[in-house]
Design a protein around this ligand. Sequence first.
Ligand SMILES: [Zn+2]
Ligand SMILES: [Zn+2]
Length: 142
Amino acid sequence: MNPKEIKDRLKQYGLNLTLTRLKVLEVFLTKDRAVTYGELLKLTDKALDRITVYRTLKMFEELGIIHKIYTVSGLPNYALSHFEREQIVSNINQHLHFSCIKCKSVYCLDDQLVPAISLPDVYEIHSLNMVVIGICRNCNCG
Ligand SMILES: [Zn+2]
Ligand SMILES: [Zn+2]
């Protein structure tokens, strides 16, 4: 997604593209891996209010613009969602994630789709987290 498409997306939800929202989106648009809230603070303008950045993160997550990934480190990571490639149905992510034990980076494996899961009716799925743990391409080739 380019900034124009994101702006349209926000407009669709009745939201303006504020400076904080723009700065947060820029991080997600330029990173090829997921980021934590702590990293996001480091990567955005120091002048931005931490609470506003956090609220923006939560809001983007609720809107499905980004998605949350739980990893082995215990810290949630966030990555941009690809609207073109996956249907976002009640925030269930349909691709696998990779969590590196060496550099702690988390990647979306967009072409690795999660097989359909069917649980008995008594279970209500809120999110699905499938994370592959190992050594990433950067650490493996370096
Ligand atoms: Zn790595
Ligand atoms: Zn992902």
